[in-house]
Write a protein that binds this ligand. Sequence first.
Ligand SMILES: [Zn+2]
Length: 261
Amino acid sequence: MTIHYIDAGVNLTSSQFDGEREDIIMRASNAGLSKMLLIGCDLRDSDTALQLAKKHQYVSTAGIHPHNAKDAPHHFVDKITQLLDHQEVVAIGECGLDFNRDFSPRNIQKDVLEKHLDLARITKVPVYLHEREAFSAMKEQLESTTVEGVLHCFTGNREALEFYLNYGLYIGITGWVCDERRGAELQSLIPLIPDDKLLLETDAPYLLPRSLSPKPKYRRNEPMYIHKVAHTVAQLRGQTIEHIAKLSVKNFNRLFLAGKN
Ligand SMILES: [Zn+2]
């Protein structure tokens, strides 16, 4: 029996998928993936993600990734607000802070994030948050507002996990957890996530699960590998893969779709 999954974060607009998008979608649906959340990383990308979502009956996000914060046009909040009128757009983001790469100056990252958070607070649309090595700054910004959403691709420590959970956020787990070297700390935290806060995502084409065997020819990740994330998470939590898949679908629907129809 095929297990039914939702991938809570795919960069389907990535040029790494050019020329193969239809095949990737076909393989994903053969692997039991009925729905994907397509990530928008800047305004143009959010538009493209929306068009793909419309075409394939998926859903998408609208926002500006911290890497692109330095290029955010001054009217970006208006533009995101317009995108939110489409029923496919179910989250504000990908937005957040990345002090690992620092592709945008930190003060600009914070400013652009704050505008996303304000919009989320006003519209009550969930945020799709990215945080790499920026926990204390993220904590400070979240503490000064009230939003709901997901901390996507969580890679932090126990203190960060406990804060995000207490704040009420969902936690997105990617193939990072399948990495026996840099994923060790994350693996130890997986059992601490309550059943009703867990989301599974691939973040494809990034983060190819290292547990894949045989390894694909290209290092590129695809949504059809979501089952590898589910498998590892299920093992770490002592639950069945069916149970993990089912609860992550339920959580996805509650967070992103309940308010939309
Ligand atoms: Zn991210």
